[in-house]
Structure formats: structure tokens, C-alpha cells
Design a protein around this ligand. Structure first.
Ligand code: GTP
Ligand code: ZN
Length: 203
């Protein structure tokens, strides 16, 4: 879920509301869905499961996108174009070409297209990407603020400069130990923290 955890930081930093859409849900068991939902439950992010094959969750997604301009972000091949195609009821010819192009290691979607969902709702399909960098201005002590599931613990750490890594009496780590924060969220936070620190050094 590294893509989601990175992307939600970038979205929140830019004051964009993240909605987590687990696509291809027809391939997931009920247990797998429950496990995914559980990881993100403490974040308060909206999560939904969709399938372009059996149409699960499509109406729900439509409702979530109504009255907004939305951007679909996700790794190449997760099914963004298929969703946009269904939602906008337009022919999106690139979808059919995906497998052949993937074999050659190329991305299918190379430019951003804006689709009309209804008169008040628009969706953009972004180019397929795997690496997206965090905002350059983001400082190490700010990162945790873009993890809403950490938020209520941040003021309770012993040190107000706590990075929630190796520091003693860290309320975030206590919350992790009590399973109030998901392990995968915390682990990805630490990875992103190292990235922020490395970025700071390069300026
Ligand atoms: N099982 C299943 N397969 C799907 C679903 N949606 C899309 N696919 C398949 O997944 C592949 C990729 O779908 P796309 O919609 O092109 O994915 P994308 O995210 O737009 O890919 P890029 O354009 O490379 O960014 C295609 O072979 C689709 O047929 C789904 O809901 N369930
Ligand atoms: Zn801490």
C-alpha cells in the first residue's frame, strides 16, 4: 500500500481529499477486503471497493465523485482507464491495448484526459506512474501531520520534536503497539520519513 500512503500525503499537502479506491475487487476475497479496510479505518479516509468486471461499487464511486473534479492516480494497470470508461460512458480505446504494451514495459496512458461524468462532475485520468516524489518543501517534523491516523497522538510524545522513529516515550509507537495505528501505515511512514530526510540534505 506504499502508493496509497505516499499519494495521500501528497494529496493532503495540496489540500486535496483522498479517496482510496480498491479496484479489481472481483479478485479479492471477503477476508482480503476486510484486511484492507482495517488498515485504513483509523485514517478516516473514504475507502471503497470497485470492479469494472462485475460493477461492484461503481454507483458508490459515482456518488463520491459527484460535484467534484477528481484525479485518478494509481500504478499502471490497476484499472483506472477501465473505471473512467465506465463512469464517463465513453469509448476509451487505450484500455484494450494495455497487455501488449505492458509486455514491452511501456505505460499505456501517456497524457491526462478530462472526462465529463455529468454537468458538475469531471474526472482526470493521469499518466501511469510508479514513482512520485513528496513535496520538496516538506520537512521531517511535518510528515506525521499528513498521516491523519497519527494525529491524535502527536501532542502526547515526550519530545515535541519527536519523529516517531527511535525516540523514547513516543505516543505514536504506543498507539502502534496497541493496534490503534496499522503496522503497514507506520512502516511506510518510516520509509517516507527517510525520503524526506534525504531530500532535506540535497538542498
Ligand atoms: N479482474 C479485473 N480486471 C480488470 C478490472 N479493471 C481492469 N481490469 C484489467 O486490468 C488491465 C488494466 O486495466 P486499465 O484500466 O487499462 O488500467 P490503468 O490503470 O488505466 O493502466 P494504465 O493506463 O497503464 O495506467 C486490463 O487488462 C483490464 O481488462 C477489474 O475490475 N477486474
Ligand atoms: Zn512520537
Amino acid at each position: 500500500m506504499m502508493f496509497v500512503d505516499r499519494m495521500s500525503v501528497i494529496a493532503l499537502y495540496n489540500k486535496i481529499e483522498p479517496i482510496i479506491c480498491f479496484s479489481k475487487a472481483d479478485l479479492l476475497t471477503a477476508e482480503e477486503k476486510a484486511a484492507l479496510a482495517q488498515i485504513y479505518q483509523p485514517t478516516g479516509f473514504s475507502t471503497l471497493f470497485t470492479s469494472s468486471v462485475n460493477m461492484l461499487g461503481i454507483e458508490n464511486l459515482k456518488t463520491r465523485l459527484h460535484g467534484k473534479i477528481s484525479v485518478f492516480a494509481g500504478n499502471s494497470g490497476v484499472g483506472k482507464s477501465s473505471l473512467v470508461n465506465i463512469l464517463s460512458a465513453r469509448n476509451y480505446s487505450q484500455v484494450g491495448e494495455i497487455s501488449a504494451k505492458l509486455k514491452r514495459g511501456k505505460h499505456t496512458t501517456r497524457h491526462v484526459e478530462l472526462f465529463t461524468l455529468d454537468e458538475q462532475s469531471f474526472i482526470a485520468d493521469t499518466p501511469g506512474f510508479s514513482a512520485l516524489s513528496l513535496p520538496e518543501e516538506l520537512k521531517r517534523e511535518q510528515l506525521a501531520r499528513f498521516f491523519p491516523d497519527f494525529m491524535e497522538y502527536l501532542d502526547e510524545c515526550r519530545f515535541n520534536t519527536c519523529l516517531h522513529d527511535k525516540e523514547p516515550d513516543c505516543a505514536v509507537k504506543e498507539a502502534l503497539n496497541e493496534s490503534k495505528i496499522s503496522k503497514s501505515r507506520y512502516e511506510n511512514y518510516l520509509i517516507l520519513l527517510q525520503e524526506v530526510i534525504a531530500n532535506e540534505r540535497s538542498f
